[in-house]
Ligand binder design. Structure first.
Ligand SMILES: [Zn+2]
Length: 76
């Protein structure tokens, strides 16, 4: 049985060799969120994406950065 790390939750969709899309649901097991698919002999182990701890919006507290940015709007 092979192990695949996934970052989706709570359901993992994957394709079998015959082209069928199979959905398995993660369950907490041995301290991890795991889903086992007997159809393709695979254990899916949830791993939180590394970027998820980072905020993806700009902080309003930071002042705008001044600089000679290339905005593509230069007049010639
Ligand atoms: Zn499968």
């Amino acid at each position: 049985m092979r192990t695949v790390h996934v970052s989706e939750y709570p359901a993992i969709q994957h394709r079998h060799r015959d082209g069928e899309i199979v959905t398995v649901r993660l369950r907490r097991q041995e301290g991890d969120l795991r889903a086992t698919c007997a159809g393709c002999d695979t254990v899916f182990v949830y791993r939180k994406p590394a970027s998820s701890a980072v905020t993806h919006y700009k902080s309003p507290l930071l002042p705008p950065v001044k600089g000679n940015w290339d905005t593509g709007e230069d007049e010639h």
